[in-house]
Design a protein around this ligand. Structure first.
Ligand code: SF4
Length: 60
């Protein structure tokens, strides 16, 4: 299962990833934190990579 990783230098805190996958991403201090790296089976992490406006999310 892929694990999402956020590049904090690129993240602008738009919250799109957290809206799509609230069990995986949480916004803290205007950055997206990966709070549930093992929860990618509950949503579509591939979609967060696509919708992220700053290409800040990669799947490892
Ligand atoms: S979608 Fe991208 S820019 Fe927006 S909060 Fe998530 S990681 Fe940051």
């Amino acid at each position: 299962m892929p694990t999402p990783v956020v590049d904090y230098d690129l993240c602008i805190g738009c919250a799109s990833c957290a809206e799509l996958c609230p069990e995986v991403f949480e916004i803290r201090d205007e950055k997206a934190w990966v709070i549930g790296p093992d929860k990618c089976n509950t949503c579509d992490c591939e979609e967060t990579v696509i919708i992220c406006p700053s290409q800040a999310i990669i799947l490892e």
